[in-house]
Design a binder for this molecule. Structure first.
Ligand code: ZN
Length: 457
């Protein structure tokens, strides 16, 4: 072994870091705890006389997939930038499971800057040419091992499904006894209530709102809190409140009738019957009614230029109907804002409103009148372009032409600048029949001469 003191040319000679990783598998499959990994690295560093100054950690990250691992990337970066000379990894498989090719690339890069990776368990040093071949072979083995684990886990679940056993985290509404589901004393009542309200005609959003009003936490929050209490590593939940999506999830989940599913498909036995995994909260008949009712309520396309879409479900990919759809964000919760219609004094107004609020979640953000908002955005956008383009436009256009593309009052093409009173609605926007302007402001051009859309654009 080369003592650290022997490599004086490295700017961070004698300094090192350790790299710890836990995979995304459940804790039962990956019991190599970070504390154990840390201890192994520390012992190896002490043995070599290296001072550990950094630690790079990836929890819940697979080393088999081609994904970004922040701890791993930072560790390599620190080596390449010569902030540390050594990186200690407990084993080759902690470091990478992506095989020889990927590891070779990394080691080649390190050779140029004089950084080295020590694999503690195997006793390998990446700067040693003899070790590098073994590291490559071990990296290949780690890859095969990962594939083997994935295959085994998949087969395990496949067998469990066929036998009608539940071997995963309990679903909301159920308890697991001898790998079979039985209704949870309290949660099953909540599920029951959702199904009954829905079949009674209630809207998904209304159901979500009532559950929230009663202070019932959503399924994700319940299961998450339970895992946390058991000491599992869990990602924090964003909200404990029900949304209509959570309600719909309960209604559509096969497990609500205690049916097994895989990749969103029901699992059937040899006779073609769906496989049950316990005692369902709803019966198969009720499940069929719920699905039929959801189908009945789902929106379908009635008019479309593409005739093929008529009768199909509505969905994404359509061009936005309003100017700020997809752009406007709620200032309070950063949710997307929808344009809706509000009625005040018997008149209808367009308004942009936080969509999360519309989904039954709590948001204190306000609504904004659509026309004023759109005008403001158009004005701000055009104001950026105005100075240059306006002067150019005046030069280019022949002075006698006052056809549709021209400002209604060409003498004051940028009047918006001078009349801007800080209130967007005071700007009467349209005096022009240009296609793009009509699309924005509606088909009825108002004959106001105070300012025009084209004029300022
Ligand atoms: Zn909001």
């Amino acid at each position: 072994m080369t003592p650290a003191a022997g490599r004086r040319e490295h700017p961070a000679a004698g300094l090192g870091g350790d790299y710890l990783r836990l995979s995304a598998l459940p804790v039962d499959y990956d019991p190599f705890s970070p504390d154990t990994q840390r201890r192994l690295c520390q012992e190896a560093a002490d043995h070599r006389g290296v001072k550990l100054v950094r630690e790079f950690v990836d929890l819940d990250y697979s080393a088999r997939k081609d994904i970004y691992r922040p701890g791993y990337e930072d560790g390599i970066k620190a080596l390449v930038n010569q902030e540390i000379e050594y990186l200690f990894a407990p084993t080759v498989d902690r470091f990478s499971r992506r095989g020889m090719g990927q590891v070779e690339l990394v080691l080649g890069e390190l050779e140029e800057v004089g950084g080295r990776i020590i694999f503690v368990k195997e006793g390998l040093d990446s700067s040693d040419p003899n070790s590098r071949l073994i590291i490559g072979v071990l990296a290949e083995r780690a890859r095969a091992e990962a594939d083997q684990i994935a295959w085994r886990v998949e087969q395990f679940h496949e067998t469990a499904r066929r036998m009608g056993l539940w071997v995963r985290v309990r679903p909301y509404g159920y308890m697991v006894e001898d790998h079979r589901l039985i209704p949870h004393l309290e949660e099953a009542l909540v599920v029951r209530r959702i199904v009954d309200e829905f079949l009674g005609g209630a809207a998904l959003r209304a159901i979500a709102r009532r559950l929230n009003d009663d202070g019932i936490p959503c399924p994700k929050a319940v299961i998450n809190a339970e895992a946390k209490a058991k000491g599992h590593r869990v990602k924090p939940v964003q909200t404990t409140r029900w949304s209509y999506i959570a309600v719909r999830g309960i209604l559509t989940a096969p497990v609500t009738a205690a049916l097994h599913s895989h990749n969103r498909q029901l699992v059937y036995d040899e006779k073609g019957d769906p496989i049950s995994c316990g005692e369902g909260i709803v019966t198969l008949g009720e499940r069929a009614r719920v699905l039929a009712e959801l189908e009945r309520r789902s929106a379908s396309v009635r008019r479309a230029q593409d005739v093929g879409r008529i009768g199909e479900r509505t969905g994404g990919g359509r061009p936005a109907k309003y100017l700020l759809t997809g752009f406007a964000r709620c200032g309070h919760c950063h949710g997307a804002m929808n344009r809706t219609v509000v009625v005040a004094d018997g008149k209808q107004y367009g308004a942009y409103r936080c969509s999360r609020k519309g989904r039954g979640q709590r948001c204190l953000g306000g609504s904004v009148m659509a026309e004023a908002f759109e005008d403001e955005v158009v004005w701000r956008y055009t104001a950026r372009l105005t100075s240059g383009i306006c002067s150019r436009r005046r030069r280019i256009l022949p002075s006698g032409r006052s056809a549709s593309h021209e400002p209604a009052s060409s003498a004051t093409p940028c009047k918006r600048d001078s009349t801007r009173s800080g209130h967007a609605r005071s700007w009467t926007s349209v005096g022009c029949s240009k296609q793009s302007c009509r699309a924005r402001y509606g088909s009825e051009p108002r004959s106001s001469a105070s300012a025009t859309c084209c004029a300022s654009a």
